[in-house]
Design a protein around this ligand. Structure first.
Ligand SMILES: Cc1cc2nc3c(=O)[nH]c(=O)nc-3n(C[C@H](O)[C@H](O)[C@H](O)COP(=O)(O)OP(=O)(O)OC[C@H]3O[C@@H](n4cnc5c(N)ncnc54)[C@H](O)[C@@H]3O)c2cc1C
Length: 305
């Protein structure tokens, strides 16, 4: 029986396995999904999870519950030797082993792209996993609790009530809007905290937000956010975030109790670099429109998707 290996059970990997289950006759192929997580995460819901509008368990899909005829392996793929059609499977705490395949589908997604900015790795939360979204919400609620018992105007109280989002793409803007709404709802439970004390800032390096939509639409969003008390700083970059104090290249300084980093993603470097599949300058595996892998000259790489 031919073997189909799917690397990553996220959005693309889960759907590939699910559709293959529908199309393949019994015994036609063995389908294997390898992922260190036992669930697919529906990333578009993460901003709503961060604000508490959606429960975390409603934004994830159990692989084993939904993939009845697929073999699910809870591990990482750490090497792909496509020349010999074999992949290295690394289970947590166990020995690596090899899986020989006929077809490979590489859907290991992307990771947060961080720049070498001091303090970001230590103090900012990304928004690529359910755990990060839950951590953002927990931090917001905890900061309100702590701030409420501190004197009005104190430095720590101001810091705890200041939220910074870095990156004005869809993820950042949605997260800013959702957290602003969550804070408004929390204010109802914290009569000691006033609306004016809660500060929300989004920092974006470009001169506009959400490049995927038209300029008039993005300007409408900016206006709406301003009315809701969320400040967007365009043409501004984070220069430093040491000890949670966000300093910008325009000279502003914001001590913050919650920093969210949504300033872009890059192809999963561990999976891509650990493979012999062709990739372009930005580290993405090269494919043609039907998602079959091709080399730089456009020649098909057989058995790779
Ligand atoms: C906050 C946010 C909001 C978004 N909103 C939208 C939206 O509204 N509309 C839209 O179209 N898109 C949206 N997106 C983008 C969309 O979610 C992604 O394009 C989509 O999830 C990509 O699917 P994927 O399968 O490539 O990667 P993912 O869904 O990220 O899946 C990758 C999988 O690979 C696994 N993996 C990682 N390393 C390994 C390894 N070594 N071995 C095996 N498995 C591994 C991971 O655990 C994960 O399960 C949003 C993204 C974010 C972050």
């Amino acid at each position: 029986m031919p073997k189909i290996l799917i690397v990553g059970g996220g959005y693309a990997g889960f759907y590939t396995a699910w559709k293959l289950e529908k199309h393949l006759r019994r015994g036609e192929a063995e389908v294997v999904v390898v992922d260190p997580l036992p669930y697919m995460t529906y990333l578009p819901f993460l901003p709503e999870v961060a604000s508490g509008n959606i429960e975390p368990r409603h934004a994830v899909v159990s692989l084993r519950r939904h993939l009845k005829r697929t073999r699910v392996i809870n591990a990482r793929v750490t090497n792909i030797d496509h020349a010999n059609k074999t992949a290295t499977i690394s289970p947590e705490g166990g020995e690596d082993w090899q899986y020989d395949y006929d077809q490979i589908v590489v859907t290991a997604g992307s990771v947060s792209r961080t720049f070498p900015i001091a303090g970001i790795a230590d103090n900012a939360i990304g928004l690529k996993s359910i755990e990060e979204a839950v951590a953002a919400r927990d931090t917001l609620v905890r900061n309100f609790e702590r701030a409420a018992s501190l004197p009005v105007g104190s430095e720590l109280r101001k810091r705890l009530l200041t939220v910074i989002v870095v990156g004005g793409g869809f993820a950042g803007i949605e997260t800013l809007g959702e957290l602003r709404s969550a804070a408004n709802a929390l204010l109802g439970q914290f009569p000691d905290i006033s609306y004016d004390e809660t500060q929300f800032h989004l920092i974006e390096a470009m001169g506009r937000i959400m490049p995927e939509v038209s300029l008039p639409t993005s300007e409408k969003v900016l206006k709406d956010l301003a009315q809701r008390g969320a400040h967007v700083h365009l043409d501004t970059q984070v220069a430093d975030a040491t000890d949670g104090v966000v300093k910008t290249n325009t000279g502003e300084e914001y001590p913050s109790g919650l920093i969210i980093w949504t300033a872009g993603v890059m192809a999963n470097p561990k999976v891509v670099n650990g493979s012999d599949l062709p990739r372009e300058q930005r580290g993405r595996i090269t494919t043609q429109a039907d998602l079959r892998v091709v080399d730089a000259e456009g020649n098909l790489v057989e058995g790779a998707w």
